[in-house]
Design a protein around this ligand. Structure first.
Ligand SMILES: Nc1nc2c(ncn2[C@@H]2O[C@H](COP(=O)(O)OP(=O)(O)OP(=O)(O)O)[C@@H](O)[C@H]2O)c(=O)[nH]1
Ligand SMILES: [K+]
Ligand SMILES: [Mg+2]
Length: 425
């Protein structure tokens, strides 16, 4: 849990020194006073100004730095912020942060604490904070575009709009409840149709592509009976001996993940234990895990002669094609390399459907599940006649939407989210 937010926090917000320039940020009630101690007269709000920074402890010159000041509440955190752009050597950064920390009320910030304060003060909502977290991690252009849309409030705007509609519908439901109490035969407001329309709006986003394949890589799970050649295929695709291969059936027991990129698209190859009944305790656990992995696979590569397990996105592989045993599916040989290029092309082809189009809004699992909850509450509400029950479903829908944006029930989540942030963000 974060410490008292009445503190003023200090952190180096730019990369690790040495660098040409370092950015040190302070946020909180004592930020302006601390800046005045070091720099004398402060610049006006939002005006960069060069200042000599003096260490208040001994009067020595720390550096000449560019000062930027943003006053509460119109700042990134909603608090007073002073930003120092100084020379980026380690000693300069240490001297500056040391001098700031000697000022009353200042302490070192925790990871993500600036962003957390922005959230607490309503400057951003949870979807924007999550988008920001992903933006900081983004390595590919597609990841960046997906993250910037959410960090920039694209999802927040949709949610805020729905929240307003839900509030208006709830007010109408209250009116309908009054009508039904009076029983005077007057006409209650029609709720069914607007609720159905809103549910349809939500459905569109519930069906949006998910962020996980984009962020973590598309999970390609390789499954089949023992000795089918699963580990060999994973190694051949990864061009690296990541998984142990032997002629002994039951070699692979644990789940092995190998991240690879094909045409710039991130995939995670997942090698699994061969599926069979086993009395070996360890192998049986491995088989259980293999089944779980096959279920959550984005794409399943099935290396079996017999019927494959059910999966919506399955590619059947006829492995060891060099041995001339023509099985059903794509002929691939890990030994000769035959068919590997075609298999990779097939993976890239299927990836298209799993990844968002440029600038298409994406949802993570948490957001998706809550939005589906809201949608289901609305669909139930549209079927009901008793306005008291309709009002209850509208409340359920609103609660789910509020949990997506972080207005309700998310304390546990915040610690996990902000623990992932870098210091100074
Ligand atoms: N000729 C030939 N042999 C292969 C090929 N792929 C795998 N093998 C051989 O088949 C045997 C089993 O290969 P693995 O990759 O360990 O098979 P697996 O499906 O991972 O096996 P388990 O992990 O035990 O379920 C090994 O002796 C491999 O050398 C192939 O493409 N051609
Ligand atoms: K084997
Ligand atoms: Mg294996």
């Amino acid at each position: 849990m974060s410490r008292a937010s009445g503190d003023t926090i200090v952190a180096l917000s730019s990369g690790r020194p040495p660098a040409a320039i370092a950015v040190v940020r302070t946020s909180g009630p004592a930020a302006l006073e601390a800046a005045a101690r070091l720099a004398g007269k402060l610049p006006d709000q939002r005006q960069a100004s060069l200042r000599r920074l003096i260490d208040p402890r001994d009067g020595s010159l720390i550096d000449e730095a560019l000062l930027l000041r943003f006053d509460a509440p119109d700042s990134a955190t909603g608090e007073n912020i002073v930003e120092y752009q100084c020379h980026g050597g380690r000693a300069t950064v240490d001297a500056l942060t040391g001098a700031l920390l000697s000022c009353p009320g200042l302490r070192v910030a925790e990871p993500g604490e600036f962003t957390r304060r922005a959230l607490a003060n309503g400057r951003i909502d949870l979807t924007e904070a999550e988008g920001l977290s992903e933006l900081l991690m983004a390595e590919t252009e597609l990841q960046r575009r997906s993250a910037i849309a959410r960090a920039g409030g694209a999802l927040r705007k949709r949610l805020d709009g729905w929240r307003d509609q839900l509030l208006a519908l709830s007010a109408q439901a209250e009116v309908a409840i009054d009508y039904s109490d009076e029983d005077d035969g007057g006409s209650a407001p029609d709720l069914k149709h607007p609720i159905e329309r809103l549910a349809a709006d939500l459905t569109e986003l519930v069906d949006a592509p998910r962020v996980e394949p984009l962020r973590d890589g598309i999970r390609v799970v390789v499954a089949g009976p023992p000795n089918a050649g699963k580990s060999s295929l994973v190694n051949a695709l990864a061009q690296s001996e990541k998984a142990i291969v032997t002629h002994i059936a039951g070699t692979t027991r644990d789940v092995i993940e190998v991240p690879i990129a094909i045409d710039g698209i991130p995939f995670v190859l997942v090698d699994t234990a061969g599926l069979r009944e086993s009395h070996d305790v360890v192998e049986a656990i491995g088989v259980g895990r293999a089944k779980e992995e096959a279920e959550r696979a984005d794409i399943l590569l099935w290396l079996g002669a017999e019927d494959p397990i059910e999966h919506p996105d399955l590619i059947r592989i006829a492995a060891k094609s060099d041995l001339g045993m023509a099985g059903e599916g794509m002929a691939v040989s890990a030994v000769s390399g035959a068919g590997l290029t075609e298999l990779m092309q097939a993976l890239v082809g299927r990836a298209g459907a799993l990844l968002p189009k440029a600038d298409e809004l994406t949802l993570d699992r948490r957001q998706h599940d809550l939005l589906a909850e809201a949608q289901e509450a609305l669909q139930r509400g549209a079927q009901l006649d008793d306005p008291v029950l309709v009002a209850e479903e509208l409340r359920n829908a609103r609660l789910a939407v509020d949990r997506i944006s972080g207005r309700a029930g998310v304390e546990d989540l915040l610690d996990a989210l902000f623990g992932r942030f870098c210091l100074g963000k």
